[in-house]
Ligand binder design. Structure first.
Ligand SMILES: [Zn+2]
Length: 430
């Protein structure tokens, strides 16, 4: 009965700002899933992944990534984002047919920041394989790889996934080796940092710094729902400026999946998507961090009700999701900021038309960057400026009209200069 009532409420309030349904699986310690009752077959060699109905051992995973880099040297490059506390690699496959083209748009998929949410891990491995083998054969893949840098990190929390050792995922855990939830550990733009930033996240932040990602997704399991920003607020409290665009993107993703399984993305909201905070407010997630501090639109994809599927179900989920995954990459070529308003005489353009997106846009540039002693601004601001470090702590407030910042006493690192809802990043070098 309670279930029926929840379903009814979900139907009525789908997408509304006030709906708060069952607790979000991500918000609590995981419900223990008895993996011993599931068929969880491991692939001890890349060859055993041929049917995509097994989970790779850690060694198989690394070997697969290296093998693609060897087999498709003109289409991909294997990068190491960093390593975990237990020394496992956090890898990213960077795929494009035009690596020297500096105008490419940069896209990022990352999965399994919660180590026991492993559906996305295998989906992302299969996506890498599908794209690489499809170049020149599938026009959509070919076009995307010609025009886009597609970076795919299948496993963001390897210590959590291989908690019991490199050869099994049976006792996979949500947390990293320090028992920290990595998706509650990012600096939160709207609240003070709560815990020491973990090594896996420090490396991930560095990776975002090395790239100019414009669109990304963080893949989870435990529910089937697309979750767009913000997570830190309900949409009544603070709607994301691109909310309408996000809902269109989510609808397209869900509708495509439902052409292969009509009941997919139906366990939380009947429409299959929500603003994160309307479902459940969290802080410290990567989604809000990336959306706020980088010029990158990121959402959270909860792709399977079971966090750890029986391995023989993996091909079925691939069939549900593969087209949605590819189409989501293509969304990078029609971002909301791409809509240029019709030009008008400069003196009649209202201020609000100059910048469509009120957050992430950076009309003021800074130089030199990195800076060692004085950071100069391209134009004086009309409001006060706050400077934050990469932990989200406010370091300084400067008055309106500032044109230069003395950074000589600031430790080396990445900083964010924030004013009037806008952000500009800079580095201090020693
Ligand atoms: Zn999760």
């Amino acid at each position: 009965m309670k279930k029926a009532l929840i379903a009814l409420v979900a139907l009525i309030f789908c997408g509304s700002a006030t709906a708060q349904l069952k607790p979000r699986p991500d918000a609590f310690p995981p419900v223990s899933e008895n993996n011993n009752t599931k068929a969880i077959n491991m692939a001890e060699t890349p060859a055993e992944m041929a049917n995509w109905d097994r989970y790779p051992t850690y060694g198989t995973y690394v070997a697969m990534m290296q093998q693609w880099a060897t087999d498709f040297p003109t289409l991909c490059r294997l990068d190491t984002i960093g390593s975990s506390y237990q020394g496992r690699l956090i890898l990213s496959m960077e795929i494009t047919a035009n690596p020297s083209d500096t105008t490419l748009r940069e896209f990022f998929y990352s999965s399994t920041i919660h180590g026991d949410e492993v559906t996305g891990y295998v989906m992302m491995l299969r996506l890498i394989d599908t794209l690489l083998r499809g170049y020149g054969n599938n026009p959509q893949y070919t076009d995307l790889m010609n025009t886009t840098l597609i970076c795919i990190n299948p496993l963001a929390n390897p210590d959590g996934t291989y908690h019991s050792g490199d050869n099994s995922i049976r006792r996979a855990t949500r947390y990293n080796a320090n028992n920290v939830d990595l998706n509650r550990n990012y600096p939160n733009p709207f609240a003070p940092a709560k815990a020491t930033l973990q090594q896996e996240n420090i490396y991930m932040i560095d990776y975002f710094d090395r790239h100019n990602f414009r669109l990304s997704a963080n893949l989870h399991g435990g529910a089937e729902v697309m979750n767009y920003p913000w997570d830190s607020y309900t949409s009544l409290q603070n709607p994301h400026p691109d909310r309408v665009w996000w809902e269109d993107v989510c609808r397209r993703f869900v509708d495509t999946s439902r052409t292969y399984n009509a009941s997919h993305f139906n366990d939380t909201y009947s429409c299959g998507y929500t603003a994160g905070g309307d479902w459940y407010v969290i802080t410290g997630g990567r989604q809000d961090y990336v959306n706020y501090y980088y010029n990158c639109l990121e959402l959270t994809m909860e792709i399977s009700t079971n966090k750890t599927l029986s391995s023989d179900q993996l091909p079925t989920y691939w069939n549900f999701l593969q087209h949605s995954f590819v189409n989501y990459i293509a969304e990078i070529h029609s971002l909301p900021g791409d809509t240029i308003p019709t030009p008008e005489p400069p003196d009649t353009i209202p201020d609000t038309n100059l910048t469509i997106r009120t957050i992430n846009s950076s009309p003021i540039t800074v130089y030199p960057n990195p800076a060692t002693s004085t950071l100069r601004l391209s134009a004086p601001t009309t409001v006060q400026i706050d400077i934050y470090d990469c932990q989200g702590r406010k370091r300084q407030t400067l008055p309106a009209g500032t044109t230069a910042v003395d950074v000589s006493a600031m430790p080396a690192g990445i900083y964010i200069l924030r004013y009037n809802g806008r952000c500009t990043k800079f580095a201090v070098k020693r």
